[in-house]
Design a protein around this ligand. Structure first.
Ligand code: RIB
Length: 314
């Protein structure tokens, strides 16, 4: 159901992946060749694109999703799950050839994870799917993209959003090389430290290094860089020096999708006109709640819960 606090002005369009996550929660993540028993199984909606869409919807935006599922029960469940969160699923195509995306996730005792993805229909998304969804690219809206779908699709979506006067947020996950021509069209990029290192070659092991990585991304054309640093917080830079926004203190059970929840909530806060640092704090509040729960989509908090945490810690 759409949040009753839905702000019709906060419009978020997500072009990206959607999957079903098969999660095994274990004491510790097995190493190669090792078997660890005694785990607990969960399955839930996942995929970075769909997770960000759910995060944005629960944080209060009106959300449309462009993606592909397979002609299977997983696909039906993915679509039903998004619909239940009030997300417009009319732009989701059913692929005739590939199955729905599936991710296998180990979650260790400290909340850390290890993920393998069988992308399936997510890699069958084509630039034509973006053009078919052309009327969803509306001036004043926000486009949210990630890297679990083909780069040609990400580029097509970013270019169209740019043309239509939308804000473009790229969560560059999972890490891969990106052309400057794409980065130049991105308003805000939200890598974690590993993705920032893979994009810039700078090992992000602290605030000073985060500043150098951010400068490198500015040099390649990105306006605002937000490097998420896990329990330390987020380094935010708009070109003229950056600052660290400290994280909320929390005990992590499962960090899966913390970055997705962050990006989805950030998109909403910015779309509602909050200043950048305030929007980052809103996103951090959402992410810090999400890590206290198991699963990607089940862990995304609602608007009221985010506001409560912000109020409690003001
Ligand atoms: O970012 C977390 C997501 O990555 C999981 O939901 C899984 O589906 C993988 O895509």
């Amino acid at each position: 159901m759409a949040s009753p606090k839905s702000n019709p002005k906060a419009r978020v369009l997500v072009v990206g992946s959607c999957s079903i996550d098969m999660i095994v929660q274990v004491g510790r993540i097995p190493s190669i060749g090792e078997t660890v028993i005694g785990g607990k199984f969960h399955s839930a909606g996942g995929g970075k694109g769909a997770n960000q869409a759910v995060s944005a919807a629960r944080a209060g935006a009106s959300v449309e999703f462009v993606g592909r599922v397979g002609r299977d029960d997983f696909g039906k469940n993915i679509v039903a799950g998004l619909k239940a969160d009030g997300i417009d699923v009319s732009r989701i195509q059913v692929d005739p050839r590939e199955p729905s995306g599936i991710a296998f996730i180990f979650v260790g005792g400290g909340g850390e994870n290890s993920i393998a993805v069988a992308s399936g229909a997510n890699l069958r998304l084509v630039p034509g799917d973006v053009s078919r969804a052309g009327s969803s690219f509306k001036k004043g809206g926000t486009l949210l993209v990630q890297l679990e779908t083909p780069l040609a699709v990400v580029s097509a979506a970013v270019s169209l959003a740019r043309k239509r006067g939308m804000r473009v947020i790229l969560n560059p996950a999972p890490a891969r090389a990106l052309p400057d021509a794409l980065l130049r069209k991105v308003d805000i990029i939200t890598p974690n430290e590993h993705e920032a290192e893979s994009l810039t070659g700078v090992k992000v092991d602290g605030e000073e290094a985060a500043g150098r990585a951010a400068d490198c991304l500015h040099g390649r054309g990105v306006g605002t860089v937000i490097i998420t640093l896990g329990a330390r917080g987020a380094f935010v830079s708009s070109g003229s020096g950056g600052s660290l926004v400290p994280a909320f203190k929390t005990r992590a059970i499962d960090t899966t999708a913390a970055g997705d929840v962050f990006s989805g909530a950030l998109a909403v806060a910015l779309a509602e006109g909050r200043p950048l640092l305030e929007a980052v704090r809103f996103a951090q509040a959402a992410a810090s709640i999400s890590v206290t729960r198991i699963g990607a989509q089940p862990s995304a908090p609602g608007r009221a819960e985010i506001e409560r945490l912000l109020k409690r810690t003001a």
